[in-house]
Ligand binder design. Structure first.
Ligand code: CA
Length: 421
């Protein structure tokens, strides 16, 4: 039998309607992962990024067979989400789908959980390998609706299973036996909801997998780009084949994309302010960080306000100042999460805040949303509350190379808990 290896590519796009990318994707010579995060505006990116960071540890240590290692990694990722949810009620309800494949040199250990999909293109024919863990799929299975009807069903986003940090949502595990020339596609529903299987089949047949990836993303955007869209593709070739230097995987380096890769594409103003047209779109991050020349009128206004406040302060004097000095807030200082004493106010000539403690939590290790919150400042009514906020942030910080600590596989049967994404 021919010994096989594979070429790979991972690509993502925020899409045209979502403010941020909650998908995460990863491809390396041994591992392929795709995770589509969910759970309110804030936590989906945390969920997919955290799960992916745990699962990609499989690229480092492997002292058991590929299937056991994969099961342990998914279980560890689930435990991590559970931990985060317990430590920060704000992210309650977050979760992620998981598509993961671990190559042992001759076959693939495969995990599937949720409604992200895996397709296989063999001899020009596309086949969906995964079965969606969705309510509409259960209707398809019962013969109540067709696959085409499922794709446009109003309740198509109701998931029956996902990685939620609980012990009642098991993934499906299977061994897959690739053949020479096979292409495997792992994708988020941002592709499969927007683009039909026959079109996916055609695009996935492109000359190279890199071209296929860009074409699939383009098709999803052209169809409306309603959701984040992520594709991870592997193509099986004979072992020892010279790497095609035109392919992105020719360098053998892992590819990490989406929420897990850090800052997503800038949020569009169209989402923040629906009245803003596309042509007027201003990146709110830019507003916050780009230095702007002070306008004369603004300067006058601040001066007037300053005078008024000076009078007020003069009258209220020590009372107001003392009050302000019993307040705290958490913000950033020199790239670190920092506890400030005082209140956040920009009043010329009046200092109502000072650094109380610079913690060792690096701002850069926080998931996008948390980092943004810290930059905006998080108010606390006491020193203890500020410390609690820092603890919570520390919990969600992405630690360098955490060693997965798999727990015993929970064997609870999956109950059909329906929740909306
Ligand atoms: Ca999605």
């Amino acid at each position: 039998m021919t010994s096989l290896t594979y070429r790979y590519v991972a690509l993502t796009d925020t899409g045209l309607r979502r403010p941020a990318n909650q998908d995460s994707g990863y491809a390396s010579p041994r591992l392929l992962v795709m995770a589509d995060g969910m759970g309110g505006a804030a936590a989906g990116d945390i969920a997919s990024a955290e799960a992916l960071h745990i699962i990609r540890q499989l690229d480092r240590d492997l002292d058991v067979d590929a299937m056991s290692a994969l099961q342990q990694a998914v279980t560890a990722a689930n435990a991590r989400l559970g931990e985060l949810i317990r430590s920060d009620p704000a992210v309650e309800g977050m979760g992620t789908t998981v598509e993961a494949m671990l190559w042992d040199g001759s076959k693939l250990a495969y995990a599937h959980l949720g409604d992200s999909r895996t397709y296989r293109l063999r001899d020009g024919v596309l086949e969906q390998i995964s079965t969606d863990h969705t309510f509409v799929q259960s209707l398809v299975d019962e013969g109540k609706i067709s696959r085409d009807e499922a794709r446009v069903h109003p309740h198509r986003s109701l998931l029956l299973r996902a990685l939620l940090g609980r012990d009642d949502n098991e993934a499906d595990y299977n061994w897959l036996q690739p053949m020479l020339g096979d292409r495997y596609l792992l994708c988020s529903d941002g592709l499969s909801d927007m683009v039909g299987d026959n079109i996916i089949e055609m695009a996935l047949s492109a000359e190279t997998i890199d071209l296929a990836a860009t074409e699939l993303i383009r098709l999803a955007l052209e169809a409306g780009g309603y959701d984040n869209v992520t594709v991870v593709i592997a193509e099986f070739v004979e072992k020892g084949t010279d790497p095609d230097e035109h392919l992105s995987s020719a360098d053998g380096q892992p590819q990490l994309v989406g929420a897990a890769a850090g800052p997503a594409r800038p949020r569009t103003a169209a989402v923040t302010n629906p009245k803003t047209t596309e042509s007027q779109a201003i990146d709110p991050e830019e507003i916050r960080y780009a230095p702007r020349p002070p306008s004369r009128r603004r300067w006058l206004r601040w001066t007037a306000l300053g005078v008024v406040l000076a009078v007020i302060l003069g009258v209220a004097g020590a009372v107001a100042y003392n009050w302000s000095q019993n307040q705290y807030f958490v913000a950033s200082y020199q790239g670190k999460v920092t506890i400030f004493k005082g209140v956040q106010a920009d009043i010329p000539g009046v200092t109502l805040q000072h650094v109380d403690e610079v913690t060792d939590v690096e701002l850069s290790t926080l998931p996008d949303f948390r980092r943004k919150q810290v930059r905006d400042g998080i108010e606390a009514s006491s020193r203890a509350e500020a410390e609690q906020i820092v603890d919570n942030l520390d919990q969600v910080a992405i630690k360098p190379t955490p060693t997965p600590t798999p727990t015993a596989t929970e064997t609870a049967t999956a109950t059909a808990t329906v929740f909306r994404r």
